[in-house]
Write a protein that binds this ligand. Sequence first.
Ligand SMILES: Cc1cc2nc3c(=O)[nH]c(=O)nc-3n(C[C@H](O)[C@H](O)[C@H](O)COP(=O)(O)OP(=O)(O)OC[C@H]3O[C@@H](n4cnc5c(N)ncnc54)[C@H](O)[C@@H]3O)c2cc1C
Length: 329
Amino acid sequence: MRPFEYASPSRKSQAISLLSATWGNSEILAGGTDLLALMKDDIVAPRRIINLKNIGDLRGVSSGAEGLRIGALTTLADLADDATVKNNYPALAEALLEAASPQIRNLATLGGNLCQRPRCWYFRNGFGLLPKDGAGKELVARGENRYHAILGNQGPAKFVSPSTIAPILIAYGAKIRVEGPKGIREMPLEKFFVIPHTEGEREHSLGPNEIVTDIFIPPASNLKAAHYEVRQKEAFDWPLAVAAVALQMRGPNVDSARIVLGYVAPIPWRSLEAEKILAGLPINKENAQKAASTALAQATPLSQNTYKVQLARVALTRAILKAGLGNTA
Ligand SMILES: Cc1cc2nc3c(=O)[nH]c(=O)nc-3n(C[C@H](O)[C@H](O)[C@H](O)COP(=O)(O)OP(=O)(O)OC[C@H]3O[C@@H](n4cnc5c(N)ncnc54)[C@H](O)[C@@H]3O)c2cc1C
C-alpha cells in the first residue's frame, strides 16, 4: 500500500472540505469492505482518506408519514434488522440478507453499497473501467465477458452495476441525498447511476467532493414487491442476475409497476417497456413471462454471455410472480 493521509472528521461540512475537487486524490472510507481491497490491489491510490464513521448525523433509520429515512452510514446488517424495514419493506430486507456474508454486512454501509466500484475483473486487475488494449481497441467485447452486461452495453462500458440492493430500492421509488460544497442535491436513485463514456468518469453522478448522506423510501403499504436473484452458489457470491419488482394493484389487476434488473447492465436497468405491458393485467404466469420477454427483448449479449438473457428473463418472471402471488410457481 502507498502512504496516505487519514482524516476522521466529526461533521459533514469538515468531511466535504477535506475532499479533493478531482477524482483520484481523496476517497471516502465508510465500512471499508470495498475501498480497502481496492487500495491493497493498487487499483485506487488516494493521497487522503476521509473516514466518515465519526459523523453521527450519517447514521440511523427513522420512519414517518413520508416513509423511511436511512442514514448513509447505516450498515446492511442494522438495516435488515430494522423492524420497519422487515414489516413495511420486506423485499428490501430479503435483498439485504442475501447480500455478501454476515461479517461483511456488519461492516458494509448502505452508502458504500451504492458507491461500491464494479466487480469487473478487468477493472479489478488494473485495466480500468473501459479497458482497451495498447492499440486502443476495446478488450471486453473480444475477451472474457461471461459476467458482463447484456443491456446498455453498446458504448465502451460493459461492466455490470454491482449493488444488489439498488434495484429493489429503485423499485420502491427511493431517492438519494448528496451533499457537497455547493449544498444539498436530491435525485431519484435511478438517476444517481450513470454509464461512463470516458475512462475518467465514474459510474455514478456523485461529484468527487460530495458525500451520500441519506436514502429516502416513500411509504410502501400499497405496494406488492419482490426481489429475486440467480447465483451460481448459495454461499456468499455475486449474482448473475437480479430482478426487483414493485406492483401497485387495483383490485385483481396491476395499476402500475416498477421493474428493475440488476447485474445485466452498467446501471440498475429499469424496464419501462415491461412496466407498460403489466399495467391493467392480472398477475399470472403468462403475463409475467410476457413482461419479462419484453424487458429482455433489447438485450445485446456479448460473445460469452448469451446465457444471461434467459437467466434474467426467468429471474424477472419469478420476481413478478413472487410480488403478485407470493410464490414463483
Ligand atoms: C465477498 C463479498 C461479497 C459481496 N456480495 C455482495 C452482494 O451480494 N451484493 C452487494 O450489493 N454487494 C456485495 N458486496 C459488496 C459490499 O456490499 C460492499 O463492499 C459494501 O456495501 C461497501 O460498503 P462499505 O461501507 O464497506 O464501503 P467502502 O468500502 O468504505 O466504500 C466503497 C466505495 O464507496 C465510497 N463511499 C462509501 N460511503 C460513501 C458515502 N457516504 N458517500 C460517498 N461515497 C461513499 C467509497 O469512497 C468507496 O469508493 C460483497 C463484498 C464482498 C467482499
